[in-house]
Design a protein. Structure first.
Length: 221
Protein backbone atom coordinates (compact mmCIF):
# COMPACT_ATOMS: atom_id res chain seq x y z
CA UNK A 1 0.00 0.00 0.00
CA UNK A 2 1.20 3.50 -0.81
CA UNK A 3 2.02 5.87 2.04
CA UNK A 4 -0.80 8.36 2.21
CA UNK A 5 0.01 11.80 3.58
CA UNK A 6 -2.49 14.01 5.28
CA UNK A 7 -2.26 17.76 5.82
CA UNK A 8 -3.92 19.38 8.82
CA UNK A 9 -4.46 23.13 8.88
CA UNK A 10 -3.48 24.68 12.24
CA UNK A 11 -4.18 28.33 11.30
CA UNK A 12 -7.07 30.67 12.04
CA UNK A 13 -8.74 32.52 9.13
CA UNK A 14 -7.79 36.21 8.84
CA UNK A 15 -10.67 38.45 7.77
CA UNK A 16 -11.53 42.12 7.62
CA UNK A 17 -12.08 43.54 11.13
CA UNK A 18 -10.70 40.55 13.03
CA UNK A 19 -9.26 41.36 16.48
CA UNK A 20 -6.33 39.04 17.24
CA UNK A 21 -4.89 40.95 20.20
CA UNK A 22 -6.73 43.62 22.21
CA UNK A 23 -5.08 47.03 21.71
CA UNK A 24 -3.76 46.25 18.22
CA UNK A 25 -5.78 47.42 15.19
CA UNK A 26 -7.83 44.94 13.16
CA UNK A 27 -6.85 44.28 9.53
CA UNK A 28 -8.54 46.31 6.80
CA UNK A 29 -9.07 44.18 3.69
CA UNK A 30 -10.33 45.97 0.59
CA UNK A 31 -9.94 46.31 -3.17
CA UNK A 32 -6.95 48.05 -4.67
CA UNK A 33 -8.27 47.22 -8.13
CA UNK A 34 -11.86 45.92 -8.25
CA UNK A 35 -13.00 43.46 -10.93
CA UNK A 36 -15.26 46.16 -12.33
CA UNK A 37 -12.41 48.72 -12.57
CA UNK A 38 -10.03 46.13 -14.04
CA UNK A 39 -12.30 45.63 -17.08
CA UNK A 40 -11.09 48.97 -18.41
CA UNK A 41 -7.49 47.71 -18.40
CA UNK A 42 -7.89 44.32 -20.08
CA UNK A 43 -9.43 42.80 -23.16
CA UNK A 44 -13.05 41.69 -23.54
CA UNK A 45 -13.95 39.04 -20.90
CA UNK A 46 -10.71 39.44 -18.92
CA UNK A 47 -10.86 40.76 -15.36
CA UNK A 48 -8.81 40.54 -12.19
CA UNK A 49 -8.98 41.47 -8.53
CA UNK A 50 -6.01 43.02 -6.73
CA UNK A 51 -6.67 43.21 -3.00
CA UNK A 52 -5.13 45.48 -0.43
CA UNK A 53 -4.60 44.61 3.22
CA UNK A 54 -3.53 46.96 5.97
CA UNK A 55 -2.57 45.13 9.15
CA UNK A 56 -0.11 44.94 11.99
CA UNK A 57 2.25 41.98 11.82
CA UNK A 58 0.65 40.31 14.82
CA UNK A 59 -2.55 39.24 13.08
CA UNK A 60 -4.13 35.78 12.96
CA UNK A 61 -1.83 32.80 13.52
CA UNK A 62 1.69 34.24 13.43
CA UNK A 63 5.34 33.38 13.97
CA UNK A 64 7.98 35.33 15.90
CA UNK A 65 11.66 35.30 15.01
CA UNK A 66 14.47 36.94 17.06
CA UNK A 67 14.07 40.43 15.51
CA UNK A 68 10.59 40.70 17.10
CA UNK A 69 12.26 40.91 20.52
CA UNK A 70 15.86 41.95 19.79
CA UNK A 71 17.00 44.81 17.54
CA UNK A 72 20.11 42.82 16.56
CA UNK A 73 18.23 39.51 16.15
CA UNK A 74 17.63 37.79 12.81
CA UNK A 75 14.66 39.06 10.77
CA UNK A 76 12.68 36.88 8.33
CA UNK A 77 15.11 37.53 5.48
CA UNK A 78 17.90 35.99 7.57
CA UNK A 79 16.17 32.88 8.91
CA UNK A 80 16.52 29.87 6.59
CA UNK A 81 13.64 27.81 5.14
CA UNK A 82 14.72 24.81 7.20
CA UNK A 83 13.70 26.66 10.37
CA UNK A 84 10.09 26.93 9.20
CA UNK A 85 9.47 23.71 7.30
CA UNK A 86 8.90 20.02 7.98
CA UNK A 87 10.11 20.15 11.56
CA UNK A 88 9.88 16.92 13.48
CA UNK A 89 7.11 17.77 15.95
CA UNK A 90 5.39 16.71 19.16
CA UNK A 91 2.19 17.84 20.90
CA UNK A 92 2.13 18.29 24.67
CA UNK A 93 -1.40 18.59 26.05
CA UNK A 94 -1.91 20.75 29.14
CA UNK A 95 -5.64 21.64 29.17
CA UNK A 96 -6.41 25.17 30.36
CA UNK A 97 -9.14 23.63 32.52
CA UNK A 98 -6.34 22.05 34.62
CA UNK A 99 -3.84 24.93 34.78
CA UNK A 100 -3.01 28.17 32.96
CA UNK A 101 0.72 27.86 33.64
CA UNK A 102 2.75 25.26 31.78
CA UNK A 103 5.96 24.46 33.66
CA UNK A 104 9.05 22.34 32.96
CA UNK A 105 7.38 19.51 34.92
CA UNK A 106 4.76 19.21 32.16
CA UNK A 107 7.51 18.92 29.52
CA UNK A 108 10.08 16.67 31.21
CA UNK A 109 8.39 13.34 30.35
CA UNK A 110 8.80 14.00 26.60
CA UNK A 111 11.64 13.65 24.08
CA UNK A 112 11.89 17.14 22.59
CA UNK A 113 15.46 17.76 21.39
CA UNK A 114 15.60 19.28 17.86
CA UNK A 115 11.80 19.22 17.62
CA UNK A 116 8.96 21.68 17.28
CA UNK A 117 7.02 21.47 20.54
CA UNK A 118 3.32 22.41 20.24
CA UNK A 119 1.43 23.12 23.45
CA UNK A 120 -2.22 22.12 23.23
CA UNK A 121 -4.26 23.99 25.84
CA UNK A 122 -7.68 24.12 24.14
CA UNK A 123 -7.78 27.94 24.44
CA UNK A 124 -8.46 28.26 20.69
CA UNK A 125 -12.11 27.46 21.44
CA UNK A 126 -12.37 31.07 22.68
CA UNK A 127 -10.87 32.55 19.46
CA UNK A 128 -12.60 35.78 18.43
CA UNK A 129 -14.54 36.01 21.72
CA UNK A 130 -14.04 38.34 24.70
CA UNK A 131 -12.66 35.51 26.81
CA UNK A 132 -9.71 34.91 24.46
CA UNK A 133 -7.89 38.13 25.30
CA UNK A 134 -7.06 37.75 29.00
CA UNK A 135 -5.86 35.19 31.57
CA UNK A 136 -4.43 33.11 28.73
CA UNK A 137 -2.65 29.77 29.15
CA UNK A 138 1.12 30.31 28.85
CA UNK A 139 4.56 28.93 29.67
CA UNK A 140 6.52 29.74 32.83
CA UNK A 141 10.03 31.17 32.55
CA UNK A 142 11.30 27.82 33.87
CA UNK A 143 9.52 26.02 31.01
CA UNK A 144 11.20 28.34 28.49
CA UNK A 145 14.60 27.73 30.05
CA UNK A 146 13.98 23.98 29.91
CA UNK A 147 13.08 24.24 26.17
CA UNK A 148 16.28 26.19 25.56
CA UNK A 149 18.40 23.69 27.49
CA UNK A 150 16.73 20.87 25.54
CA UNK A 151 17.62 22.56 22.21
CA UNK A 152 14.13 22.58 20.71
CA UNK A 153 13.69 24.20 17.28
CA UNK A 154 10.36 25.95 17.78
CA UNK A 155 7.63 26.36 20.39
CA UNK A 156 3.96 26.80 19.48
CA UNK A 157 0.80 27.36 21.48
CA UNK A 158 -2.95 27.61 20.75
CA UNK A 159 -3.28 30.67 23.01
CA UNK A 160 -3.19 34.48 22.89
CA UNK A 161 0.46 34.60 23.97
CA UNK A 162 3.15 32.10 24.97
CA UNK A 163 3.85 34.47 27.90
CA UNK A 164 1.41 35.46 30.59
CA UNK A 165 -0.12 38.84 29.74
CA UNK A 166 -0.86 39.57 33.41
CA UNK A 167 2.62 41.08 33.83
CA UNK A 168 4.49 43.52 31.60
CA UNK A 169 7.52 41.26 31.27
CA UNK A 170 7.77 38.62 28.56
CA UNK A 171 10.37 36.19 29.93
CA UNK A 172 9.40 33.32 27.58
CA UNK A 173 9.87 35.50 24.48
CA UNK A 174 13.16 36.75 25.92
CA UNK A 175 14.56 33.28 26.62
CA UNK A 176 13.33 31.54 23.44
CA UNK A 177 14.00 34.28 20.87
CA UNK A 178 17.33 34.98 22.60
CA UNK A 179 18.24 31.36 21.79
CA UNK A 180 16.87 31.65 18.19
CA UNK A 181 13.96 29.34 19.01
CA UNK A 182 10.98 30.48 16.92
CA UNK A 183 7.53 30.96 18.49
CA UNK A 184 4.12 30.38 16.88
CA UNK A 185 1.07 31.77 18.67
CA UNK A 186 -2.71 31.53 18.04
CA UNK A 187 -2.50 28.00 16.65
CA UNK A 188 -5.72 26.00 16.43
CA UNK A 189 -6.89 22.43 15.78
CA UNK A 190 -4.08 20.87 17.82
CA UNK A 191 -6.60 18.29 19.04
CA UNK A 192 -6.63 16.82 15.49
CA UNK A 193 -2.96 15.83 15.73
CA UNK A 194 -1.36 12.59 16.86
CA UNK A 195 0.99 13.05 19.84
CA UNK A 196 4.01 12.73 17.57
CA UNK A 197 5.13 11.23 14.25
CA UNK A 198 4.25 14.31 12.21
CA UNK A 199 5.99 17.30 10.64
CA UNK A 200 5.15 20.91 11.42
CA UNK A 201 5.51 23.87 9.03
CA UNK A 202 4.73 27.58 9.48
CA UNK A 203 6.02 29.78 6.66
CA UNK A 204 6.16 33.58 6.66
CA UNK A 205 7.14 35.66 3.61
CA UNK A 206 10.84 36.62 3.25
CA UNK A 207 10.64 40.19 4.55
CA UNK A 208 13.53 42.38 5.70
CA UNK A 209 13.04 44.34 8.92
CA UNK A 210 10.13 42.26 10.23
CA UNK A 211 10.19 39.91 13.23
CA UNK A 212 6.60 38.66 13.38
CA UNK A 213 4.16 37.80 10.59
CA UNK A 214 1.09 35.68 9.84
CA UNK A 215 1.74 32.11 8.70
CA UNK A 216 -0.19 29.21 7.27
CA UNK A 217 0.73 26.68 9.96
CA UNK A 218 0.10 23.02 9.20
CA UNK A 219 1.00 19.48 10.06
CA UNK A 220 1.93 16.73 7.62
CA UNK A 221 1.07 13.29 8.89
ZN1 LIG B 1 4.89 36.36 20.40
Amino acid sequence: MKNKQMLIDLSHTIENGLITYKGLPAPIICDYLSREESKKLYGEGTEFHIGKIEMVANTGTYIDCPFHRFSDGKDFSLVGLESFTDLDAIVISVPFTKTLEITEEHIKPYEIKNRAVLFHTGWDKYWNTEKYYENNPHLSQGAAEYLKKSQVKLAGIDSLNIDSTNSKDRPVHTVLLGAEILIVEHLCNLNSLPKDGFKFSALPPKIKGMGSFPVRAFARI
